[in-house]
Ligand binder design. Sequence first.
Ligand code: PLP
Length: 763
Amino acid sequence: MIIRENLLSECHQYGVEAYPEETCGFIVGSQDDPEDLETVIPMRNIMNELHAEDPEQFPRTALDGYMIDPREHMKLERSLKKEGKKIKVIYHSHPDVGAYFSEKDKEDALWNGKARYPGITFLVCATNNGSPGAAILADFNANSGDFEITQIPSRSLVSSSGLLGGTFGITGTLPTIDFIDEWKNGKREIEFGYFRFVPQKQVLNLQTEFSSNNQVRHSLAYCSGRAALLELLSYLQDSRPQINLHLSSTESFIKDALQSLEIKELVFNCNQLPAADNFSAKEGDVILLTPQDPENFVRKNTEWLEKIKRIRVPVIVFGELGAEFGKADFKIDWPSGLTYWVAGFSLPESKSLSSGIQGGVIMSNNDRQMAELTELRKRRGAVLSARDAAVFCEQFAETVKTVPEPDTNSEKCSSKITSVPETSVLKQLCAWEHAASGLLFPSGMAAIMAVLTLLRKKNKPQVVVIGLLYSETYSLLMDSGRSSTWDAVFLGLHELERLPEVLTDSTAMVITETITNPLCGVPDLERIGKLVKAQGVPFVVDNTLASPENCQPIDWGADYVIHSTTKYLNGTNDHAGGAVLVKCAENAIALKKFQENWGLEISELETEVLWGRMQDFEERMQRFNQNSLAVANFLEEHSAVARVYYASSPIDASCTSASKLLSGNGGVVSFVLQNDTEENLRNFYDGNFYCILKAPTLGSNQTLVCPYPLLTHYHDSDEELREIELPRYLIRISAGCENDFDPILADLNSALLRTTQSDNQLQ
Ligand code: PLP
């Protein structure tokens, strides 16, 4: 019998919930199909009651025994019969004693040496320390008169990743390469992952709330209503040859944003809806309506909406939700003719937040388009803070009268906000980065997207990219659609002599990373800075991996410096954010305007958390530097390692730039195994690590490991990977800032020995 993973993990889950007691129940399925298993039905374990009544006859309690409530059992049998179903599996949990079929289990399952429940399989799920453990199946074999035991392969027990960073954790552990394979192949949903790829629970809850309140299939949350609207418009623009926007609004933020998107608009009056005959999907028509009272508007114009839907012209209704938002009975009847409803929503200053919080949502029944928008949101980073989402959910539920505050322990929002730390954060970042001014964003990708969109113009379509950049930045630059009229020129770190010839009047910017992710290349910022200055081209440097403790790109000629504050600056995996620091204050003016128009402000709750974490950043960063050096030296010496990628690695000719530019190397060290195969990667990765966590982020105070290209370039061909010189089975270590680092090296050593031991076995 094969028990599907979801059913198995449900049985485990009941075991976890009942821990330290045993749980029990059934898995039921169709009477006609022996293989069919449909539903897990938990039953009451009455062992404690029996023991209390007659301890002599029932010496065990629920701590070490189970007895299914016979009344519940009979009732279930009756209803299953009516439905053409029957019990197929009896399961129970084993707290802290492992998964085995005990003598007592056998005794209970037999009657005069025969199966008491013929044809029924027993499932025993171990619950170790309250966590799911192994499992076994026991089937009675009439010939041998005994039970046959099947161990359930351990990989199917690894049913989900664990959350890192507490309640508002931004990443999850990825236990095995198979787990990653299944996720990447769409065979598995994962519960916890990097926040832009796997939305945090609070964001999902809010999206579900919107979908159910508005009877719509999909809701996608964004950091603001403006961000939601403009992300939708830029998606529509990218997904069709041209866009003619028929607009009922004169709002300046829309007009400004349309200008930066280079979208043509045709304004009409919302009170005189134009006839459907005036539009054609073929001409790229899109209608954007911004009525005062969107709910009333759609209710009154259902016929018109239906007509427009028939000619397949998308209609977007946009409006900020007002006072009605947050009321328990806030509901919109989804008008079937409507393509997209985009709403902004906010909570005002009065709720103990000095500037209030905001969010946005796109709702639609368009499956494909919403799936594509979901993909884009991963990359463009206009995400809603999980903290804000939690507050909005509470507002929806009307259970809490005051807004929860940002936490310092990352467990729950509890203390009151007393200051606005955004200015404090920016002042500190500017001091560290030698910058004149700066802005905070909802994520590192949102910061990158803002700078790219601001600087790229139709008459300046070219971006010069130096080195292999972080995968999502790379994808953003490679983006299809509008970017087909844009042009990215990729130069290797050692091809800088070509830079003068590729810089032209149409170059919008040169972009690189101080230390590239994940290959740890260090471009010669000084040389690039001088060349771009001579041409008057803006120079953008992502300083996330080096951090401001180790490098100030502005000193070497950078105009814009970007950070994902999600990483070292925070350190505890419980905050998402980004920053742009600028050399000249004037550059911040246009960027600020862009940020306002696009609604890309960071949440105040996130800023507060970041500010707290930044207090010991400099000291932590020194330890990140030391620990990564220890990892790099250790790996360089290790016989199981073929090549180490590290900012100051002597093997890399870029080390000359590292010693010039960097006072420390950050925390990232990547390497390939001597025996560079997938199987050997599994030997390394799939085994147990005792101190190192298997998770896809960097800059965490705890040391992390991940098979980076398998996470970011999974579907790339060998040729594509060769072109960007990225080894498929590269392993990235993000050294943490642990005070005692020996256990981490010991952990790494054990994992590396796994790879050589299996080599020896093969020989
Ligand atoms: N820049 C670099 C170098 C990164 O490594 C990352 C994420 O890993 C980002 C930008 C994006 O930051 P965020 O995940 O906060 O959007």
